[in-house]
Design a protein around this ligand. Structure first.
Ligand code: ZN
Length: 118
């Protein structure tokens, strides 16, 4: 279940970010995230997993807006570098690729509810 591990990674980053906000927000309303994965993931499944993962945390009930970052890699056969569609080199079709920039979570926006309810 790559989707579950991705939602867990996102939650870790989000909760760490919430702790840096002073005063701490009452709850998270919405978060926009760009995440990368070494495996193909179905964004809808990540969002479903998110709804479960956030229970009991300040992010409970929040909306996750997820974009999947394209995988980047380098072909060890021909030296091609770029975004990988599927699992083959975009130049020579080799499957011998070094994947870069995987397991990344980048927060684009956080919408929180503070103590004043705004
Ligand atoms: Zn190649």
């Amino acid at each position: 279940m790559h989707e579950t591990s991705m939602s867990q990674s996102i939650l870790r980053v989000v909760l760490a970010e919430l702790q840096r906000i002073d005063p701490p927000p009452l709850r998270l309303k919405r978060v926009r995230v760009v995440a990368g994965s070494p495996h193909p993931v179905v964004p809808d499944h990540v969002v479903s997993a998110w709804a479960t993962e956030v229970q009991g945390t300040p992010a409970e009930g929040s909306v996750l807006e997820l974009s999947i970052a394209p995988m980047r890699g380098r072909c060890t056969a021909c030296g091609w570098q770029g975004e990988i569609a599927g699992f083959a080199c975009g130049s020579c079709g080799s499957l011998d690729l070094e994947i870069e920039g995987v397991d990344t979570v980048r927060l684009e926006a956080l919408e929180v509810e503070d103590a004043a309810g705004t």
